[in-house]
Design a protein around this ligand. Sequence first.
Ligand code: NAD
Ligand code: ZN
Length: 248
Amino acid sequence: MKFSEKLISLLKNDPVVSVLTGAGVSAESGVETFRGENGLWRKFKPEELASVDAFLSNPELVWEWYNLRQNIVRDIEPNPGHYSIAEMENIFTSFYIITQNVDGLHKRAGNTRPIELHGNIMRNICTGCCKLFDEIEFTGEVQIPYCDSCSSMLRPDVVWFGEMLPEEALKDAENAIMNTEVFFSIGTSAVVQPAASMPVWAKNNGAYLVEINIEETPLTFYADESIRGRSGEVLPELIEEIKKEIHE
Ligand code: NAD
Ligand code: ZN
């Protein structure tokens, strides 16, 4: 794959780099995207499962679905796209990774401090006292887990429809965006707010905006360049190219 001279010349000067990822980056690990052909939301209506109202009216159903998703995530591995993003953290002196994914794969690939905008599906939180709990593996039937401190129901520590993003993650993301010189938007449909606006903020703030996606998105025409391809294939090639340039 041929990368633009502009991109390579920017990257070889060790700029501040930020990466925003979406479900597409995990697609090659076997996690289904939400809006793809086999997207999870085609089988279930999102408001029936991923909202506080859904949880309060049918916590058993919501827990059953999350147990299914937690089992999927437990069994998958990071793919070359994740490993390349982890390598970027070593290549660039100042590097930020912001993710909409809840699967924890960036950390497992080696990124030390991914900014998780939508939480982490392998972590649970008490609906009463907010105590955090590690993942729960059910041996038999899925049952609603309860807090050992206050006896309230536990829920997955993810952001549901209609909920605010975690304040600290949002603050960290804003800080990254304000500082960044090259911003990558990778494997995201760029429609879920506020993440969808982040590449635009970064560009308005002077960053060079690069999109990597298998399809066109609403961001494509706004980006300085849009690279069409799978993140697990494009990113390893890009890393190789940057390393070659740095060592020349
Ligand atoms: P999305 O499903 O809306 O979009 C995925 C995007 O990735 C699409 O634009 C698609 O063209 C692209 N894509 C698919 N395969 C790709 C590949 N191999 N390489 C590059 N691009 C590829 O997902 P989104 O934009 O992340 O937003 C939706 C929401 O879905 C978020 O709130 C997120 O929390 C949630 N979600 C998370 C996971 C996960 O944690 N792995 C999985 C599904 C959904
Ligand atoms: Zn509690």
